[in-house]
Design a protein around this ligand. Structure first.
Ligand SMILES: Nc1nc2c(ncn2[C@@H]2O[C@H](COP(=O)(O)OP(=O)(O)OP(=O)(O)O)[C@@H](O)[C@H]2O)c(=O)[nH]1
Length: 243
């Protein structure tokens, strides 16, 4: 009988501002899914392989299934403008350990404008946390408005930072026109189950051919001090506060 699976693994990106819990979210997914799915991970950091080392130290997957891309520049560059290093890492993992079911790609922590190219991932999660402030969800941007899933993370911290989680989720829902929003905390097992259920449902849609990758949209124009030697016409002007 022919193998009904698509020719390659589902590629799922996780983006969002620095420290919002992207690596922790990947660790949750690896722990929950590696029992019955073949997984691999690609991490992106600007100057280190810290996120990959964190995941290897957590023992969530065999160490060799976790690859680090050192972007050396704005994290968005390597997931959006010139995706070659990430694509190489994903394809190497598939070649060495395939057939895989799911490859998770973690963006280096960036700002609200960073999203993955649809040429790199089939779907993407955008991760905010309550510690960034309850009004962040209202600020919009391509990831908040159009990622396949928006996570409002670390809800256990809400009482300490004065954030009204239902309000923040409602704001996010309003910004997303019906796309899903998930309030998440590592201290709330039901929320973690909600995350893994969403990924399993996405994988089922991908395998059946029902999932249509969508592009949340490009980064906003901005400027900064380093150059983008391999950038392809990415506009860089305007807000000099961006990394
Ligand atoms: N209270 C709380 N802390 C969390 C939760 N998830 C992650 N953290 C903590 O948040 C901090 C940042 O988490 P990471 O997973 O490293 O975040 P990240 O987005 O990968 O960080 P960068 O890769 O540096 O952008 C760590 O100290 C985590 O332990 C959560 O659900 N609740």
């Amino acid at each position: 009988m022919p193998d009904p699976r698509p020719p390659r693994a589902l590629r799922l990106g996780v983006a969002g501002p620095v420290g919002t819990g992207k690596s922790s979210l990947l660790a949750v997914l690896c722990r929950a899914l590696s029992g019955d799915l073949a997984l691999a991970v690609v991490t992106n950091d600007i100057y280190t392989d810290e996120d990959a080392r964190f995941l290897r130290a957590e023992g969530v997957l065999p160490a060799e299934r976790i690859r680090a891309v050192e972007t050396g520049a704005c994290p968005h560059t390597a997931i959006r403008d010139d995706i070659s290093a990430n694509l190489d890492a994903v394809e190497d993992l598939e070649e060495e350990f395939g057939p895989l079911d799911l490859v998770l790609v973690e963006s280096g922590g960036d700002n609200l404008t960073a999203t993955f190219s649809p040429a790199l991932v089939d779907a993407q999660i955008f991760c905010l946390d309550v510690a960034g402030g309850g009004d962040v969800a209202r600020k919009g941007g391509p990831g908040i408005a159009r990622a396949d899933l928006l996570v409002v993370n670390k809800t256990d911290l809400a009482p300490y930072v004065g954030v009204d989680v239902p309000r923040m989720v409602a704001d996010a829902q309003q910004a997303r026109g019906g796309l899903p929003v998930l309030a998440l905390s590592r201290t709330d097992p039901a929320s973690l189950a909600g995350l893994t259920d969403w990924v399993r449902a996405l994988l089922a849609r991908y395998r059946s051919g029902a999932h249509i990758p969508t592009d949340p949209g490009p980064v906003a124009p901005h400027s900064h001090s380093h150059s983008h030697s391999q950038g392809r016409g990415n506009p860089h002007h305007g807000d000099s506060t961006q990394p």
